[in-house]
Design a protein around this ligand. Structure first.
Ligand SMILES: [Zn+2]
Length: 408
């Protein structure tokens, strides 16, 4: 038997032994030739990942231990090396305005080998980097402040999982500071329904057909985009929380009823998150064009997020304190009481706002707000001026592709 075979067999024996007798035993030390290996693998991690977990012995051990017979180890018992994938990063590729104080972070899909030799990572132009593993599946890279206007490139060509699996696809991220921001599109929808051929220009501007909506989601998928909750966009921009590659958020304004039939089932079937900005007055109006409170509760129960849009869909750029208390404060409290979920993002009705509006939103505990300004690069300093893109009823699918920040 080879040394590797012997070690694997021994490991299996120890593991099975522990599973069978674990509650009564403290794990025996691994044999001498394995200790160096284990010590290295767990140098910066919790001891619970040792092949044979140490358990606290019961204060009153049972008088007899009935161990189940050990199965005969077979050659197929060698641990399987699971290929490693990157799930999320900070920054995302192309972010030219990253937070000065946040470390670069890479989140993997499995526990990783923290051995520095297992990580093939470079940053150019060179930066002195300090690497730490705040979690088994995530590495953080602390760097000194970046030079504004310089494009940096992080390349990860090698990483090893605890299973021995290797990084399947190399990762490249370009990033910088002081540039135009993170490529983070937020899609804005109002109506999703079929219009009559002679429908006027207004509705054509704020409506997409159910077929176009599906085609747009298909396009995002084909481009490798990942639909994320709007709150994760805010966490990324404000705290440097990692996001998956090519993140995009989806939003719906006004609580139009057609969206329940034409968009919500599609989102549910694809497990895609979205945020709904619904003025309470619309939901309370009894107008069949709008969702009801029961619909709003069902949306929240299904995992969709709610956002503020003012109580009465008001112009909010110059509210008195009393008006703000109703339009912003009452609305936020109402939505939160109704669903039990926090409401943290606001959409400016008609897209109008002022410095005063932003201060009022902050006063009532909002973390961010979206506009109707059609830009896809978002800045950490502009959390209350996030851009959103939309396409009209007569726009071809290509129009959306042109507005998205990814070339291929
Ligand atoms: Zn609106």
């Amino acid at each position: 038997m080879t040394l590797t075979g012997r070690v694997s067999t021994l490991l299996l024996f120890l593991l099975v032994g522990c599973l069978a007798l674990g509650p009564l035993l403290v794990a025996p030390l691994p044999p001498e030739e394995m200790r160096g290996e284990l010590a290295r693998a767990t140098a910066t991690t919790s001891p619970t990942l040792l092949p044979c977990p140490t358990r606290v012995p019961s204060p009153t051990p049972l008088p007899t231990a009935t161990a189940t017979p050990l199965p005969t180890p077979t050659p197929t018992a060698t641990p399987v090396a699971v290929p490693v994938h990157v799930l999320r990063t900070y920054p995302i590729d192309g972010d030219t305005d990253i937070l000065p104080a946040a470390p670069l972070r890479i989140v993997f899909d499995q526990p990783m080998d923290p051995d520095p030799a297992a990580l093939g990572l470079t940053i150019t132009p060179a930066l002195p980097a300090q690497v730490e593993w705040p979690a088994h599946d995530a590495v953080a890279i602390h760097t000194p402040e970046l030079r504004p206007g310089t494009e940096y490139r992080l390349t990860l060509v090698r990483a090893r999982g605890r299973s021995g699996g290797a990084l399947e696809q190399p990762l490249t991220l370009t990033f910088g500071q002081g540039g135009k921001g993170a490529p983070l599109p937020i899609l804005m929808y109002h109506h999703v329904r079929t219009l009559a051929p002679d429908a006027p220009a207004g509705p054509r501007e704020w409506t997409v057909s159910p077929e176009a909506f599906v085609a747009q989601l298909d396009l995002l998928h084909a481009l490798g985009a990942h639909v994320v909750p709007l709150s994760e966009v805010v966490d990324y921009l404000s705290r440097g929380e990692p996001l998956p590659a090519r993140p995009v958020a989806i939003t719906f304004d006004d609580g139009n009823r057609d969206v329940l039939a034409a968009a919500v089932p599609v989102l549910k079937a694809r497990h895609l998150p979205a945020t709904f900005f619904i003025p309470p007055q619309y939901a309370e109006s009894g107008n069949p064009e709008f969702v009801t409170w029961d619909d709003v509760k069902a949306l929240a129960a299904a995992g969709f997020a709610l956002g503020g849009h003012s109580y009465q869909h008001a112009y909010v750029q110059d509210l008195t304190p009393a008006q703000a208390e109703h339009q912003i404060g009452d609305e936020k409290r109402k939505l939160e009481a109704l669903t039990g979920a926090r409401v943290e993002c606001f959409a400016y009705p008609f897209g109008t706002y002022s410095r005063k509006t932003i201060e009022q939103l902050q006063h009532y505990g909002y973390r961010a707000a979206v506009t109707i300004s059609q830009h896809v690069h978002q800045n950490p300093g502009d959390l209350f001026r996030l851009g959103r893109i939309r396409v009209g009823y007569d726009d071809p699918l290509e129009r959306l592709r042109q507005k998205l920040p990814w070339k291929e």
